[in-house]
Design a protein around this ligand. Structure first.
Ligand SMILES: Cc1cc2nc3c(=O)[nH]c(=O)nc-3n(C[C@H](O)[C@H](O)[C@H](O)COP(=O)(O)O)c2cc1C
Length: 184
């Protein structure tokens, strides 16, 4: 698959790290907002994202990226974690940075756009923006972990969300045990 992964400044840099770790073998184009770097510095061991070999990185202030035009074919874009700021700007169609323009392109081209928002509680503006985005064709997969698989570590908790993102991308994984799945 040819994918865009965008990381923004919501809490949950580990969601992005785990997704990148499980996209090996795919063509991944990566863009981080400035606040994504700030949050990663606080939340990740080593103070920054470990970008896997082969991932192609872009500046969030440049339109010199293939995925900001509908003329280049891509399969899907994931914004993980997605701040309410970026979510609101995508819902408003501002296209004012690389991430927002790319998301705008994916919506207009009817390509898969997955947003992984992280905020609590939601205000009405957040909910209305999510409603707008679902109506426009985006998939909203909130960073809301599940616990029925009895995760034992923070990474396993995080993986319950990353597993759902991979499912929606159609990428095989065995990151989290499925409901009623037999022990192997
Ligand atoms: C440590 C830290 C944690 C944050 N967590 C969240 C969060 O969980 N959700 C959110 O919507 N914004 C969160 N923010 C605020 C965003 O970073 C801020 O709104 C920023 O403007 C988002 O910009 P971006 O979407 O371009 O990354 C957090 C900021 C910091 C510094």
């Amino acid at each position: 698959m040819k994918l865009v992964v965008a990381i923004t400044g919501a809490s949950g840099a580990l969601y992005a790290q785990r997704l990148l770790d499980h996209l090996r073998g795919q063509e991944v184009h990566l863009v981080l907002s400035d606040y994504a770097k700030e949050v990663a510095a606080l939340e990740l061991d080593g103070g920054k994202l470990a970008v896997p070999d082969g991932v192609i990185c872009y500046d969030n202030r440049s339109m010199r990226a293939p995925f900001v035009s509908g003329s280049t074919r891509f399969d899907a874009m994931v914004v993980i974690p997605c701040s309410m700021g970026t979510l609101g700007r995508i819902a408003g169609g501002t296209s004012d940075d690389t991430i927002c323009r790319a998301a705008d392109v994916f919506l207009k081209e009817r390509r898969k756009l997955i947003l992984v928002p992280r905020e609590t509680p939601y205000n009405l503006i957040h909910v209305r923006n999510m409603e707008r985005l679902i109506e426009a064709g985006a998939d909203i997969i909130p960073a809301t972990p599940s616990f029925y698989s009895r995760p034992q570590t923070v990474q396993q908790v995080v993986d319950t969300v990353v597993a759902r993102v991979l499912d929606h991308l159609g990428i095989e994984h065995n990151l989290a045990k499925r409901w009623m799945e037999k022990e192997s």
